[in-house]
Design a protein around this ligand. Structure first.
Ligand SMILES: Cc1cc2nc3c(=O)[nH]c(=O)nc-3n(C[C@H](O)[C@H](O)[C@H](O)COP(=O)(O)OP(=O)(O)OC[C@H]3O[C@@H](n4cnc5c(N)ncnc54)[C@H](O)[C@@H]3O)c2cc1C
Length: 413
């Protein structure tokens, strides 16, 4: 049976109909798109043009009401390569303090990518501390509290949260309720349009103490500071379950994973320095890691047809919320207006069988697995370097500060 799918028009209704019909069984929850974000290069460009960094340093942690927020909301576009970190880095201009703070956050994103490129699947277990007492399923969020209810609603409806709200939810799940951080991470991953194992896993480990030296406690104090007035609207205000700080969970120190200190395979981790070519490519294979116009392989081959594969076994297993697939499809539908795009529902190795593909390296374990599979490997005729902000050099990724000391400021990237 052919895995080729029709290409939808780039509008929400057409994309919803496409996802509902052709990607049935590959998503979880109701068939809806994000209430706040539309996928695609034009929407990424517009979001970047709208973003004013002024006040970012003071306001990036503000949660509610939305107009007080200083966060850029660019992460879904950064996650999928519509906005490369170097472009965002160069774009921002404004007060020095705000630009510096914002760029440091971009460095956090780059650090998360380096960390995950190094550890891959081992990132889930290479923790600094075991959280004694973490119980499966004990997390969850109490929706009778206005602060948690608002954050969970935003997570589920928009697929996005400001960093502070992510910390609240992660802390409540694990630090106060004793839920396993990996379960909470999975719950985020289902919904977040920017969901990556790199930044999401790192964020959960950092907040809960699994990957840092201390835990982040969440209490009413933060809500009053970052969402002033919200407690006044909360039915639980008089018996607030988070009135006081949670007690610190017991952290059991573990032996550090040696890979955190140095790499054993720099090329497997960072990908090629230069384009590697073994044959003339017939198609461009796009992955979810780099869907934007600046993607190296899209730029290198403006005339080749583009192929994107909805990886059936992977998506069935992940059961992401529909809004993540809607976001991806919106971007692909927009690209299809510019150039020929083939969409498949299959396994990449099967959908691309017999065709020489050009692709951009993706620093995630799933990409390497697709090239190395014994059955149905993808035939990569041309491999383009990943657009790192700073290319990994093999040294420590054991903490952001240790990594940051070694990584020089990108200049004129
Ligand atoms: C528990 C938890 C889970 C998280 N999961 C993810 C995730 O799956 N994907 C993801 O991209 N980020 C994740 N983050 C990091 C951060 O919360 C988001 O990147 C940020 O909130 C996105 O909103 P923004 O674009 O408005 O960020 P801004 O504050 O405007 O920052 C600009 C950009 O810098 C990067 N950035 C900012 N903070 C961080 C950070 N702490 N770590 C890594 N990159 C950062 C992002 O690319 C972001 O788009 C998580 C954080 C926590 C605490």
């Amino acid at each position: 049976m052919s895995s080729l799918l029709p290409t939808p028009e780039p509008d929400r209704d057409a994309v919803l109909a496409f996802v509902g019909h052709h990607l049935a069984g590959l998503y979880s929850g109701p068939l809806t798109g994000s209430h706040a974000f539309v996928g695609g290069q034009s929407h990424a460009d517009a979001a970047l043009a709208r973003f004013d960094v002024t006040g970012y340093a003071n306001n990036r942690n503000e949660v509610w009401p939305a107009p007080r927020r200083g966060a850029s909301g660019l992460s879904p576009y950064i996650r999928h390569g519509y906005l490369q970190l170097s472009r965002v880095w160069n774009h921002v201009s404004g007060p020095d303090e705000d630009v510096a703070r914002f760029r440091e956050e971009l460095m956090w994103q780059e650090y998360a990518r380096h960390w995950y490129a190094r550890l891959g699947g081992r990132s889930a277990t290479s923790v600094r501390n075991d959280l004694a007492g973490s119980a499966s399923g004990a997390g969850r969020w109490d929706r009778s509290m206005a602060c948690l209810d608002m954050c969970v609603e935003e997570l589920e409806d928009d697929g996005w949260l400001v960093n502070q709200a992510r910390m609240w939810l992660a802390s409540h799940w694990s630090v106060r309720q004793g839920g396993r951080w990996v379960d909470g991470e999975d719950e985020f991953f289902i919904h977040l349009l920017d969901g990556s194992r790199a930044a999401n896993r790192l964020g959960w480990q950092w907040t809960t103490g699994a990957g840092s030296s201390k835990t982040y406690g969440f209490s009413r104090w933060q809500v009053e500071k970052r969402a002033p007035g919200l407690c006044g609207q909360c039915d639980r205000s008089a018996d607030c379950p988070i009135e006081h700080w949670p007690s610190d969970p017991e952290l059991i120190k573990l032996e550090p994973e040696p890979l955190l200190r140095r790499t054993i395979d720099p090329i497997a981790e960072a990908g090629p320095h230069q384009t590697e070519r073994s044959a003339d490519p017939e198609i461009v294979w796009l992955t979810g890691e780099s869907l934007g116009d600046d993607d190296p392989v899209l730029r290198a081959h403006p005339d080749l047809p583009v192929v994107f594969v909805f990886d059936e076994p992977l998506l069935r297993r992940l059961a992401l919320s529909a809004k993540r697939l809607v976001f991806l499809t919106e971007g692909l539908a927009e690209l299809a207006v510019e150039r020929p795009v083939e969409l498949h529902r299959s396994r990449p190795g099967v959908a691309l069988a017999g065709r020489a593909a050009a692709v951009t390296f993706a620093p995630v374990p799933g990409f390497r697995r697709l090239l190395e599979r014994r059955a149905d490997p993808v035939h990569v005729a041309e491999l383009h370097p990943y657009p790192w902000l700073r290319r990994p050099t093999g040294g420590t990724v054991s903490s952001f500060s240790a990594w940051r000391q070694r990584v020089s400021e990108p200049a004129g990237v």
